[in-house]
Design a protein around this ligand. Structure first.
Ligand code: FAD
Length: 619
């Protein structure tokens, strides 16, 4: 351990993760905290990190309030509908009322926006989406963060949060290691904003073996955003609400521009509109939710899954009509070039020209996220002017640990933020974090050297384990005394896949399977004490795995707690197949006791603030 040099940094605002939310937080922290020390720590390099690393073709959340295209209330209703009623409307409204100003800054900073030639407005892909030439999206927002921060640390993975030893339940910073130099980094901080993205690869992916990295969600998103606060004892919400995506098969190319702009549509292998076929069956399960417009994403998945199980696959996207128009054909291809080049390569390798062949679609393995059409994440305080008492404890986007804030995928209950909304939420969290410091709430924080040293020993343990255990390797990578990160990851993915509603069971689970899954996850946790790492890259893999495993426990506990099938098409509780509004029209909240490792669960009311306020105004 002594061979790993320790660096100490003291700062006011520490941003963990420099993706969309982290760059937004870093930028805004400087705006409000002119004299504060602001540091951003990123596992990769912020120029090309996070879910937007490769670029995007559309900004999926823009109200267009300047042209009265949409109002924040409309967006709240939209997100509520898509999530089958279960969102934090205070958080969604707060994001929506600020998101346009974020997009206008992106425009000023040089992000190439497509314009409607007739109106001069941003070119709409759909009601909420505007189209961009977004290959350079991430470097542009990274530049804003770089100009705002006192220091950006790249290539440092944060492994643990530090806690204040002077006052209970107050954060004191974070620790991590540099995966290039191997050095240990201690960041003592007055506030910490966790913005570390969501979680892929906790469920076994469809693409395994040599294709393992080819998932819809970025393979490097490993759930640190959840594991860091869970380990420290923060409350989480809606962690059962994993997302399954309907995307082009094998390359996971996006379908948004195809559906919305190119007006392509889906059919089964016999050329039939299969969604209609499953209407009555779906109505049996979820009642009137199936009549909502637009049809909630999970219910469209449900029809897809049922049709495939009934033998109607492969499901296809009908591109052959739209692609006869040369302009739409160009848009179809450019959509991939700005965002998912791999899909174009897959089609080329499979001899698919979408002008003549309707490409296959698939449903992905589940992912855990808080910013897409899904709302898993931390339980945070909302803004004081909107939030009911249960949702408000002083500072916007503060978790249930004092001084610890979240944004983007980290924050639960607020779906449909996407890239622009995540950046916006980072801004909101940073503004509140600065206020927290100004209000003198972060005085007298004490993080002892012992706490840091204890974490240091833990962080490097996989290297020590390997150093000893490699002498017992019996062949290849087989050793009785350690498991490698990839072995542990595959074991985790199988547990989640087979017991918690992955692709192996067509997203089906039940109480018995979940309980068994929890047992297996507990044994995995024990064995992860013996994970070995042969170099710093593998050390990162080891910590990514530990974060994934803890996130998975939380997902499983939540899935067990909610005794209904709220989102058919995302997952099914076979023992409670119907949506149950009488008992489960509520948010689920968990807390893991850091001392015992035990989770406790509770129901919290879901308040429909937008229409309640309107009802009050009317009466
Ligand atoms: C496949 C895909 C397609 C999408 N398409 C669109 C679209 O077309 N339009 C749109 O508007 N939005 C889109 N989104 C949504 C958008 O990308 C996300 O909403 C947004 O990136 C979330 O921001 P975030 O900061 O929470 O996470 P990210 O942007 O993913 O950033 C998380 C950051 O944290 C870092 N990190 C992780 N762990 C650690 C750690 N332990 N220590 C230090 N750093 C860490 C990561 O490296 C990363 O840089 C898409 C998302 C995905 C996954």
């Amino acid at each position: 351990m002594a061979k790993h040099k320790t660096h100490f940094e003291e700062c006011d605002v520490l941003v963990v993760g420099g993706g969309m939310a982290g760059t937004g937080a870093t930028f805004e922290a400087r705006h409000w905290g002119r004299d504060l020390k602001i540091v951003c720590v990123e596992k990769a390099n912020i120029d090309r990190s996070g879910a937007v690393a490769q670029g995007l073709y559309a900004i999926n959340c823009y109200m267009g309030m300047q042209w009265d295209e949409n109002q924040p209330e409309d967006h709240v209703r939209y997100a509520r509908n898509d999530l089958m009623g279960m969102v934090r409307e205070d958080l969604g409204y707060d994001m929506a009322r600020h998101v346009d100003s974020t997009v206008h800054m992106f425009d000023e900073w040089g992000l190439p926006m497509m314009k409607n030639e007739k109106t001069g407005r941003y070119l709409r892909e759909g009601k909420w989406q505007i189209m961009i030439h977004g290959e350079s999206y991430k470097p542009i927002v990274a530049e804003a963060a770089k100009k705002s921060a006192d220091k950006i640390y790249n290539r440092i993975m944060i492994t643990h949060l530090l806690m204040d030893e002077a006052k209970e339940n107050r954060v004191g910073g974070a620790v991590g290691f540099n995966m290039r130099t191997g050095d240990f980094h201690v960041f003592r901080a007055k506030t910490v904003i966790v913005a570390a993205g969501g979680a892929s690869h906790i469920f076994k992916p469809r693409a395994v073996g040599e294709g393992m990295g080819r998932t819809w969600y970025a393979p490097w998103s490993n759930g640190s955003a959840y594991a860091l606060p869970i380990a420290a004892g923060a409350k989480m919400t809606q962690m059962e609400n994993r997302i399954v995506l309907c995307r082009f098969k094998d390359g996971y190319g996006p379908v948004g521009a195809y559906f919305l702009h190119l007006k392509t549509y889906t059919q089964n292998a016999n050329g039939e509109n299969y969604e209609k076929k499953w209407y009555d069956q779906t109505k049996e399960l979820v009642g009137e939710y199936i009549d909502h417009h637009p049809t909630p994403t999970c219910l469209r998945n449900h029809a897809f899954i049922q049709e495939t199980m009934a033998g109607g696959g492969p499901i296809q996207m009908v591109t052959t009509e739209a692609f006869q128009d040369p302009h739409l054909e160009t848009v179809g291809w450019e959509n991939f070039l700005g965002m998912t080049v791999g899909q174009a390569v897959v089609w080329a390798s499979q001899n698919i020209d979408p002008k003549y062949t309707n490409p296959e679609l698939t449903t992905s393995e589940p992912y855990v996220m808080g910013s897409h059409a899904t709302c898993s994440g931390a339980w945070v305080s909302g803004p004081e002017d909107l939030s009911p008492p249960e949702y408000f404890w002083g500072y916007n986007r503060m978790l249930t640990i004092d001084g610890l804030f979240g944004a983007g995928d980290t924050v639960g209950g607020s779906a449909h933020k996407f890239s622009s909304g995540s950046f916006t939420e980072g801004r909101l969290a940073a503004k509140a974090a600065v206020k927290y410091i100004e209000d003198q709430k972060a005085e007298g924080i004490n993080v002892t050297d012992k706490q840091c040293d204890d974490f240091k020993a833990k962080v490097y343990k996989p290297l020590d384990t390997y150093t000893v255990a490699q002498n017992e390797i019996t062949g290849g990578t087989v050793s009785p005394s350690y498991i490698s990160p990839i072995q542990g990851l595959q074991r985790l993915q199988r547990i989640m896949d087979e017991y918690v509603g992955g692709i192996a069971t067509n997203y089906m689970t039940n109480e018995n399977m979940l309980k068994r899954g929890l047992e297996l996850l507990a044994w995995l946790e024990e064995d992860l004490e013996k994970v070995g790492a042969e170099d710093y890259h593998q050390l990162m893999r080891a910590w990514e795995l530990k974060h994934r495993a803890l996130t998975s426990q939380c997902v499983t506990e939540h899935t067990l707690f909610r005794e209904e099938t709220r989102w058919p098409g995302y997952y099914y509780r076979g023992d409670h197949m119907k949506l149950d509004d009488d008992n489960w029209h509520c948010l689920t909240v968990s807390r893991r006791n850091p001392k015992t490792g035990k989770f406790t669960m509770e129901k919290v009311p879901v308040y429909h603030i937008v229409d309640e306020n309107e009802k009050k105004k009317a009466s």
